[in-house]
Design a protein around this ligand. Structure first.
Ligand code: B12
Ligand code: SF4
Length: 447
């Protein structure tokens, strides 16, 4: 059977497409099926997308969706259904936590909840067998009008998954994206990623969290290098630094064989000086840390994150001393956070002096604890499903702080970013700098 995965671009031209289809395509191919990829860029309207899908003549269309991608996807898939009866399955974060919403849309036949490899393969086999749907349920797959499905156990052993199909990712310049684990054990209330762990925990079966062996990860990198340029590795794991024996083993083996620069995501509680030095010696050049708030109260009481501000100061200093660039990510406008506490985040930023930073207005992702809080306390507007899932303005009706005030804080961050860029630019000609500032402001407006 031939499955065509659509990558629905949103406001940004991301360098990498969704990772999920890379795994799914590899798994389907290993079982004798075909998988293709179509990027629905911003310039591609619905008729052009429909024409491209028809030309590819798939037997099934698969779409990986975050909440942000859903609105555009919904319109495109409606247009596709009016022109073609090809079945459509959606999967990823948004369908996992809003399957009814997805299936209510014209043009969506199936939603995959949770991990997709085994479920999609079984769906393809069932469709191929031609039996009327739904004559038998498929774990993880929900069909239009049916109840939520049972969850199958997560794929084990994870080393047996074939390596990501690189042709699905749209990677450029030898910069590759590698995933070494699934799941994150921490309880952050705003985070969509950890919800997979919770979903599987609530189902009562085996845990979602698993990590590939170091040998398996290096074998994938060898295969990538044999097939083309390998200049930089971005590890996409939610928290790369969780299990220290694994990380030290990785550093030894990767440093000895590759030593190609790489970056990763970490959490300050999971690193120490020794680990940071080992990562730097192996080639780590960049770590992204979620700081989120400068207020210990907000982190502790609203976000369920207990690290102190002193811990952040120490970790950012150790990272710098190890010669690794640190990016800090900040959030503003969580329910219960005051304006003064949002100011505390700006103050902590000036102390941490990260090499780079990202700043986001809080958006309540379905499935998360804070989404539930917003729902129960009436902070979500009735039409929240119709509003774009962006991080530049708040969709919430919060007591004590207005969306305009949060936008004001967001604008302050944009000014801090523009000033930092101008400071760093040194001798760059004024015209180029003005152009860069325009691009920064345009990017900030999209959120
Ligand atoms: C890599 C990454 C990116 C990459 C690639 C995006 C992607 N979707 O893969 C880039 C840089 C582009 C990106 C951008 C953004 N991201 Co991002 N990103 C991630 C990250 C860290 C890893 C995703 C990943 O590779 N997972 C590994 C794969 C194997 O897992 P998976 O995607 O869940 O796929 C499995 C199943 O879901 C299922 N499945 C997935 N797709 C499909 C499709 C079908 C047909 C089927 C059957 C099954 C299926 O099967 C897969 C294999 O088992 C996640 C965190 C996370 N852990 O999910 C955040 C995450 C997805 N990002 C998030 C956000 C908010 C963003 C941004 C809005 C950030 C911003 N402010 O700009 C943008 C929006 C991008 C967009 N267009 O929507 C949120 C999304 C929350 C939500 N509910 O929507 C997450 C969960 C982070 C978080 N902590 O909350 N991101
Ligand atoms: S540590 Fe990061 S990925 Fe893990 S739950 Fe918290 S925010 Fe999500």
């Amino acid at each position: 059977m031939r499955v065509l995965f659509l990558e629905i671009d949103t406001e940004s031209d991301w360098a990498v497409a969704s990772l999920g289809p890379g795994f799914l395509a590899a798994h389907l191919r290993a079982h004798g099926h075909e998988a293709g990829f179509l990027r629905v860029g911003l310039g591609m309207d619905a008729p052009a997308m429909v024409a491209a899908v028809r030309e590819a003549a798939p037997d099934l269309v698969g779409v990986s969706l975050t909440t942000r991608q859903w609105q555009r996807a919904r319109n495109l898939l409606g247009a596709l259904r009016r022109a073609s009866n090809v079945p459509v399955v959606v999967g990823g974060l948004h369908p996992t936590f809003s399957p009814e919403d997805c299936l209510a849309a014209e043009g969506v036949d199936f939603a995959c909840l949770g991990e997709g490899e085994g479920a999609l393969l079984e769906l393809v086999q069932a469709l191929e067998a031609g039996g009327p749907w739904p004559d038998r349920p498929i774990d993880n797959i929900m069909a239009k009008g049916s109840a939520r499905p049972k969850l199958r156990p997560p794929f084990e052993p994870i080393d047996e998954l074939p390596f990501t199909a690189r042709d699905m990712l749209d990677e450029r310049w030898g910069v590759v994206h590698v995933s070494t684990q699934r799941g994150c054990p921490f309880p952050c209330t705003y985070c969509g990623a950890r919800m997979f762990d919770q979903l599987y925990a609530e189902a009562g079966g085996p845990a979602y969290g698993r990590r590939r062996s170091v040998g398996n990860v290096l074998a994938e990198l060898r295969a990538i290098r044999a097939a083309g340029p390998l200049n930089y590795v971005i590890f996409l794991d939610d928290t790369f630094t969780i299990h220290h024996p694994w990380v030290f083993e990785f550093c030894r083996a990767y440093g000895a064989e590759f030593a190609i620069p790489f970056s990763l995501h970490a959490r300050v509680e999971t690193v120490n000086e020794k680990l940071l030095q080992a990562l730097a010696a192996a080639g780590c050049r960049h770590i992204v840390y979620g700081v989120e708030s400068g207020s210990e109260r907000v982190r502790r009481e609203i976000m369920l994150r207990s690290a102190t501000n002193q811990r952040f100061r120490d970790v950012f200093r150790w990272t710098r001393e190890a010669g690794i660039m640190a990016t800090a990510n900040y959030m503003m406008g969580t329910p219960g956070e005051t304006l003064a506490e949002m100011e505390e985040t700006i103050a902590l930023h000036h102390e941490l002096q990260p090499a780079d930073f990202g700043y986001f207005v809080f958006y309540p992702y379905p499935g998360t604890a804070l989404f539930q809080t917003c729902l129960e306390k009436g902070y979500l507007p009735e039409d929240w499903r119709e509003r774009p899932a962006v991080h530049s303005r708040s969709i919430l009706r919060l007591p004590g702080v207005t969306p305009e005030q949060i936008e004001g804080i967001y604008a302050r961050w944009t000014e801090i970013r523009v000033a930092a860029t101008r400071r760093r630019a040194g001798d760059v000609p004024a015209a180029a700098l003005d152009e860069a500032e325009g691009a920064l402001r345009a990017h900030a407006a999209l959120g």
